[in-house]
Design a protein around this ligand. Structure first.
Ligand code: ACO
Length: 320
């Protein structure tokens, strides 16, 4: 069976930056509270004329260039997002058109903050089964469109951005395994109501609700378990992992997973301080940053993990 290998990465962050200090002017909050509880200092926010698909386009073009292929070579596009431009067509379909990747299969995956890991897992299966040769896998989030900026328990946490990878069929080892799970009994702890249920406009009273403290407790336990599951599936020891790329939800959750792996924080790719939680975009944004600054090199073993509303959680172990 063929392997699926990551051959290019790319990302995009909007120009506008909102700092914790900026929130102090409009909310009963402080830079100290936000930083101490989350590890976040600032986040990027899209402009009026930007969207999940416009950010995805820029990230995708960078990944395509890094892979040294053409958009027309792509035969599969999967986008992980919970903040799509439209309910349908999918953001992946809009992206297919923007890129000119004519006729390829394209669809979105809705798995909250685990959207990119789920998308990567699906694309991996497609390639290994011979159903695609060159796939574009994206996480893109216009979170600012689904936040209530008067709710201090959510709006200070999330940011906007997009990350992309190209994965290609390869004889060499690449994606070693992916793992996906869900448990919908927790649906009321983190959700957005359906904005069209009552014939409302997208964004009209359809904001994110999060019971952060309850989410936190389950996230820590669940992510620790998935680290064990991933290593066992590959018959690997903790010391075999070169880099951890966690979903950037909270620095304290990240630190507890790193501790579980006996991994020093220098081996954990962190973007949370400057980007906040970009949901499905956070893992590919961090991956691209660490590839481009030379930390992650060819041959390195990288463990990616994510957890989000549902709950849905997952991991991917990748040989770069
Ligand atoms: N500034 C000041 N005070 C605040 C703020 C704020 N921005 N937000 C909440 N508070 C207050 C609360 O109202 C509460 O006050 P009270 O005690 O008077 O009621 C107090 O701070 C403590 O609130 P908690 O929610 O218990 O705070 P906690 O320490 O749990 O931190 C946080 C909150 C950062 C959200 C944390 O729980 C967390 O990171 N949870 C996990 C988030 C996560 O992993 N989500 C999954 C991925 S996201 C996705 O899928 C879309």
């Amino acid at each position: 069976m063929l392997n699926a290998k990551i051959t290019g990465t790319g990302s995009y962050l909007p120009k506008k930056i909102v700092t914790n200090k900026d929130f102090e002017a409009t909310l009963d909050t402080s830079d100290e509270w936000i930083y101490a509880r989350t590890g976040i200092r600032k986040r990027h926010v899209i402009a009026e004329d930007e969207s999940a698909s416009s950010m995805a386009e820029i990230a995708a073009n960078k990944a395509i260039q890094a892979a040294g292929i053409n958009a027309s070579d792509i035969d599969l596009i999967i986008v992980g997002t919970s903040s799509p431009d439209r309910v349908f067509p999918s953001t992946a379909c809009l992206l297919q058109n923007k890129l000119g990747a004519r006729g390829c299969a394209s669809f979105d995956v809705q798995a909250a903050c685990s959207g990119f890991i789920y998308a990567l897992g699906i694309a991996n299966q497609f390639i290994r089964a011979g159903g695609a040769k060159k796939a574009l896998v994206i996480g893109t989030e216009a979170n600012s469109r689904i936040l209530d900026y008067s709710d201090r328990s959510t709006c200070v946490i999330f940011g906007d951005g997009a990350g992309a990878v190209v994965i290609e069929a390869s004889e060499e080892p690449g994606i070693l395994s992916t793992h996906m799970h869900s448990d919908g009994q927790y649906q009321d702890l983190l959700y957005i109501n359906n904005p069209i249920k009552d014939q409302k406009q997208w964004g009209d009273e359809a904001y994110m609700t999060m019971h952060g403290n309850d989410v936190y407790k389950v996230a820590v336990k669940t992510l620790s378990r998935i680290v064990d599951e991933t290593l066992e599936a590959n018959n690997m020891a903790k010391s075999d992992v070169d880099w951890l790329i966690p979903h950037q939800a909270n620095i304290r959750i990240i630190a507890s997973v790193a501790k579980k792996l006996n991994m020093p924080m220098e081996k954990v790719v962190l973007t949370i301080e400057n980007q906040g939680n970009t949901s499905a975009a956070s893992v590919p944004l961090a991956l691209d940053q660490a590839v481009r600054d030379g930390r992650i090199k060819k041959g390195d073993t990288v463990l990616m993990e994510a957890f989000g509303g549902g709950f849905v959680w997952g991991s991917a172990l990748v040989k770069m």
